[in-house]
Design a protein around this ligand. Structure first.
Ligand code: NAI
Length: 248
């Protein structure tokens, strides 16, 4: 039984589809209710087992309700994918508003803490399991004008390791995934809105030695691996899936 946050779009939707195709029952959650329900129905139409719940990952009230509903409907929870996140836009540090900073930290980092805090006990009761936190290459290396995003994803990297150490005795593995630039609405949306979007897209591509953006399915494959018994001796690790971006 897997819970995937931010599952209405991009990497979360691809991950939910991939886990369901491998036989997992998947609870999709998101603030985007309409599209989240569509993805869950598509999974069911393809023969998978899935359901959707409206869920704001920044809400301390939402998390216990979500976990309780999963247990009520499906009996247990083995896998948590903390995927929901936002880019937050470009901000120079000299003029960065604290509200914009807090929003990014809240959605990208506080959410992972809340997910661990409230889903962890249920996974422990199930006898252990796997938590996969979606960080970023920008949780390993910096980029200008994205201080809040880099700080939030760097926080996810180390929060993951702290949780892995604390929960090893409980049989809960905790790992982070670090995607390069992947072709999802988070990346394509802002580019499509720009007059020189193609130019910037090509510049981003040129920073990836494999010379293309990643596909959501390629991140879903990495999450599937970390969710499965094939990764049974891996905990506290950073799985980089970035077309070689951080090898340079
Ligand atoms: P996306 O924008 O396609 O999907 C993100 C989903 O999260 C959306 O469905 C959105 O409604 C949901 N969401 C946003 N705020 C939420 C909240 N407060 N509560 C619940 N759900 C919320 O983005 P994408 O690309 O699929 O990103 C998924 C994760 O992967 C994010 O954590 C992102 O930072 C990370 N990532 C993405 C990369 C990329 O190139 N696309 C690269 C590295 C990391």
């Amino acid at each position: 039984m897997a819970l995937v946050t931010g599952a209405a779009s991009g990497l979360g939707a691809a991950t939910a589809r991939r886990l369901a195709a491998e036989g997992a029952t998947v609870m999709l959650t998101d603030i985007a209710v309409e599209t989240g329900n569509v993805v869950a129905h598509e999974i069911e139409a393809a023969g998978g087992r899935a359901a959707f719940l409206s869920h704001d990952v920044t809400s301390e009230q939402d998390w216990p309700r979500i976990v309780a509903t999963v247990i009520e409907r499906f009996g247990k929870l083995d896998v948590l994918v903390n995927n929901a996140g936002i880019g937050g836009g470009r901000h120079e540090l000299l003029t960065h508003e604290i509200e914009a900073w807090r929003r990014v930290l809240s959605v990208n980092l506080d959410s992972v803490f809340l997910g661990l805090r409230f889903a962890g006990p249920a996974i422990a009761v199930a006898g252990g399991g796997s938590v996969i936190n979606i960080s970023s290459i920008l949780g390993k290396v910096g980029v200008a004008d994205a201080a809040a995003y880099c700080a939030s994803k760097g926080g996810v990297t180390l929060l993951t390791k702290a949780a892995a150490l604390e929960w090893a005795p409980l049989g809960i593995r905790v790992n982070s995934v670090h995607p390069g630039f992947i072709d999802t609405p988070m990346v394509s949306g802002p580019l499509d809105d720009l007059e020189n979007g193609d130019e910037i897209r090509n510049m981003i591509i040129s920073r990836h030695p494999l010379a293309r953006l990643g596909a959501a399915r390629e991140i879903a494959d990495a999450v599937l691996f970390l969710a499965s018994d094939e990764s049974s001796y891996i905990s506290g690790a950073e799985l980089v899936v970035d077309g070689g971006y951080t090898a340079q």
